[in-house]
Design a protein. Structure first.
Length: 285
């Protein structure tokens, strides 16, 4: 089994003269309430983090990234992007500043109820609990994600998600929080999160984990990407989390992708792909 250990350790950061840590808080522009567990990061640079349950975050910004873009995103809110040099200039006091996020308006299409026959499919990587393969998060940074592309069967072009399922092979934390995300694809890679509300999961043991998705009313019209994200600190001690995985021999044979932090690059997971599957009701053509 390929063991990838996720240890949560506190570290001291020794900063050089060109970098500085900025501390901020994300708030709802209308209510003034904190926006928890948002993703903050430099696009494509694998430098990022997530806000805590009070909307607070810290991020180290080096001057070499001044011409890059920092993005702030949260399910249910419009994303914000800044040129990093402008971001630094607008902060004023780097020790504490507030950023307002506008709630996102979702345009809902008219729903017409028709009796349609559906067939239930299990899609993705259904992993046997005795699998000899494993996988886990590739980073201890908040916002790291691991997931798989799900392809709709045959000529089906509409799927209603009923549940998601994964299996934890080894677990030594007391509890470990993850967030389930679902993305549209662009050029065969994860692109845009389609969820309107977050789906939080708390792993407390090894074994099978099944998440009921029917209450969320998730409808897909094309292939998609589903992932698990490490978005909030675990219970503060070192531990091991290993998901069961499926093995795909040879390069570029799998359906898995990962990223190491918020707003980071998505990279293909060539060999052992996360054992994450869904049950979906697909309309018959």
């Amino acid at each position: 089994m390929k063991l990838l250990y996720l240890t949560l350790l506190f570290s001291l950061y020794f900063l050089n003269s060109s970098s500085q840590i900025y501390s901020g808080q994300l708030i709802d522009a209308g209510s003034g309430q904190a926006v928890p567990f948002a993703n903050i990061g430099i696009n494509g640079k694998n430098v990022g983090t997530a806000s805590d349950d009070a909307g607070l975050f810290k991020i180290e910004l080096d001057s070499k990234f001044d011409n890059d873009t920092i993005s702030i995103s949260s399910i249910g809110y419009a994303s914000k992007k800044y040129l990093i040099s402008d971001f630094k200039a607008s902060v004023g006091n780097p020790d504490q500043f507030r950023i307002e996020l506008l709630p996102k308006t979702y345009q809902l299409s008219e729903v017409i109820i028709k009796p349609r026959k559906t067939k239930i499919y299990t899609l993705g990587n259904y992993c046997d609990p005795n699998s000899a393969y494993g996988n886990s998060f590739y980073s201890k940074q908040l916002g790291t994600e691991l997931g798989v592309i799900i392809k709709l069967p045959g000529r089906k072009n509409k799927a209603y998600l009923h549940s998601a399922r994964f299996y934890v092979g080894e677990f030594t934390f007391e509890k470990f929080p993850v967030r389930l995300n679902i993305y549209k694809l662009k050029n065969g890679r994860p692109f845009e999160n389609i969820l309107t509300v977050p789906i939080f999961i708390e792993i407390k043991s090894a074994g099978e984990h099944v998440i009921d998705l029917k209450p969320y009313g998730i409808v897909l019209y094309d292939d998609f990407f589903i992932s698990l994200e490490y978005f909030r600190l675990a219970d503060g001690k070192e531990g091991k989390l290993v998901f069961c995985a499926t093995h795909q021999p040879g390069l570029k044979q799998g359906n898995g992708f990962y990223r190491v932090t918020s707003q980071g690059n998505w990279e293909p997971d060539f060999s052992d792909n996360l054992g994450l599957s869904v049950q979906a009701g697909c309309e018959k053509q």
